[in-house]
Design a binder for this molecule. Structure first.
Ligand SMILES: [Zn+2]
Length: 264
């Protein structure tokens, strides 16, 4: 079984500290995971503040779980910077953003947030592409794809080479080419292959994927659980068909994320 790091996990209701989930990871040789908070604008999480749930998982299982706090820039720059400080102090290593709630990370006004992140050597992990609407409350602003693609991080990524930017779901379906452009040009940009769109672009063998820089691709699943077992084979086959070597597969499943998480 291939040694893996899952760069895209979330807290789970009814599994505080992610104890149960960790047992599934053990079974499938997933040695570590990066856990992300969920947007308040989203659905019913039934577990209080998800950022605190992330902290709980990291505290319960250090070296296995690393975490990011969800930060909504549209609630104001000051509030965002305070959240970076608060959860940075609690040991989280980055922020998770959902620009779908209605902001464009490229705007100059958000510069203080990125400055604080760079000072603390924290990373940015962004949802990219389509997002499910909040069906119970459609007034909640979670239904726009605007802002949620890699090019909307180009300005901060150029200005802050010390901050790593990870584009979830391979940067989204329609915008996956933005992922290929940025990851081949900027050292501090990465992408995960999280389902749906992250996997979808590979399932459909979309043009250009062969050129994906090998040091920039990360294994992530949005809590795959027992499906982990099937991933070893599927992704190995798929990436090999795109010209990845055995060494490249190792980078994808493990080594690239290991560097980002600072695991020694
Ligand atoms: Zn996710």
């Amino acid at each position: 079984m291939i040694e893996k790091i899952d760069i895209h996990l979330h807290p789970i209701a009814g599994d505080p500290g992610l104890d149960k989930y960790l047992r599934i990871m053990d079974k499938h040789n997933v040695v570590a995971g990066l856990v992300h908070g969920l947007p308040q604008e989203g659905w019913e999480w039934k577990m209080g503040d998800t950022n605190d749930q992330v902290v709980a998982a990291v505290k319960a299982h250090p070296k296995r779980f690393y975490g990011t706090a969800v930060v909504d820039f549209s609630r104001g720059v000051e509030k965002a910077v305070d959240l970076v400080k608060k959860y940075g102090d609690k040991g989280l290593i980055g922020i998770k953003t959902f620009p779908n709630v209605g902001f464009d990370p490229n705007e100059d006004q958000y510069e203080p947030i990125f400055q604080e992140l760079e000072k603390r050597k924290m990373l940015v992990f962004s949802h990219c592409g389509w997002i499910l609407e909040n069906e119970t409350n459609r007034a909640m602003s979670l239904q726009s794809i605007n802002g949620a693609s890699p090019f909307h991080f180009e300005v901060p990524a150029r200005r802050h080479p010390g901050v790593n930017f990870i584009f979830a779901h391979f940067g989204g379906a329609a915008t996956y080419l933005e992922t290929l452009v940025l990851t081949s040009r900027l050292k501090n940009t990465f992408a995960d292959t999280c389902p749906g769109w992250g996997r979808w672009v590979f399932e459909n063998d979309l043009p250009g994927l062969k050129s994906m820089p090998r040091h920039k691709l990360l294994y992530g699943t949005d809590n795959e659980a027992e499906l982990y077992g099937m991933d070893d084979e599927w992704w190995s086959k798929k990436l090999t068909s795109l010209g990845f070597t055995y060494g490249d597969l190792y980078l994808y499943f493990y080594e690239n994320s290991k560097k980002i998480l600072g695991i020694v």
